[in-house]
Ligand binder design. Structure first.
Ligand code: DC
Length: 214
């Protein structure tokens, strides 16, 4: 008999606390964790590395299909044999990634890989933008994390110490608009998601709130 699989979907905008919380939830449940944003970042990285225009929908979709891509739980990302862990977090990839993530061919391919990842492990904790709405609409638990734009920008600017708060805040607002306004799989909470405003909560409080739903 196969054990029943546990899939936890954690979605929300940048700076809502998804990564920290998803990792902690995975640890507590003994499940593996996947950062799906790193997958879209890796496609943007590969396009830039090969001199492909991120707006060239067909070429980028094709490139995504042929990509050898691994995203580890420790943040180590390998793209076609190159360690891209640091570069995928840099400003150039961050600028290009929303265009790549709006590409329906790329989304199809990433969704296929994300489902395969879960099937291989018989479950897991996955964070992203469309996990509860599109990738795993039948997830065991769907969580949507949010926080005020000011809190999210403050969190991000602590991580990216070489950019001013104003630059980080305006980049976040631009990405929010692109992620929420795109045609394919826009960022939104699933109708049956547990919505948590993390602005005034500690990580431990958020994790307890999520585990309390199981
Ligand atoms: O979470 P992040 O900032 O690393 O995500 C990078 C980009 O990828 C962001 O523009 C949203 C997009 N993304 C997406 O469209 N779907 C996902 N499941 C995860 C991320």
């Amino acid at each position: 008999m196969t054990e029943e699989r546990t899939v936890i979907a954690i979605d929300g905008p940048a700076g809502s606390g998804k990564s920290t919380v998803a990792k902690a939830v995975a640890d507590r449940l003994g499940l593996e964790y996947l950062d799906t944003g790193a997958m879209y970042r890796s496609v943007a990285f590969a396009a830039m590395r090969e001199g492909v225009d991120p707006e060239d929908t067909e070429v980028v979709a094709n490139l995504s299909r042929g990509l050898a891509l691994t995203v580890g739980p420790d943040g180590i990302v390998n793209v076609d044999g190159v360690d891209a862990s640091i570069e995928i977090r840099g400003p150039e990839v961050t600028r290009a990634v929303s265009i790549v993530a709006a590409n329906p061919g790329v989304r199809d391919e990433m969704r296929r890989r994300q489902r395969e990842w879960v099937a291989k492990r018989n479950g897991g904790v996955m964070e992203g933008r469309d996990i509860g709405t599109v990738v795993f609409p039948d997830a065991t638990l769907k969580v949507y994390l949010d926080a005020s734009p000011e809190v999210r920008a403050a969190r991000r600017s602590k991580e990216v110490t070489d950019l001013s708060y104003e630059t980080v805040a305006s980049d976040l607002a631009r990405r929010d608009a692109l992620d929420q306004g795109r045609t394919h799989d826009p960022l939104r909470a699933a109708s049956d998601a547990v919505v948590i405003d993390t602005s005034d909560l500690t990580v431990a409080e958020i994790v307890d709130a999520i585990l309390g739903q199981l």
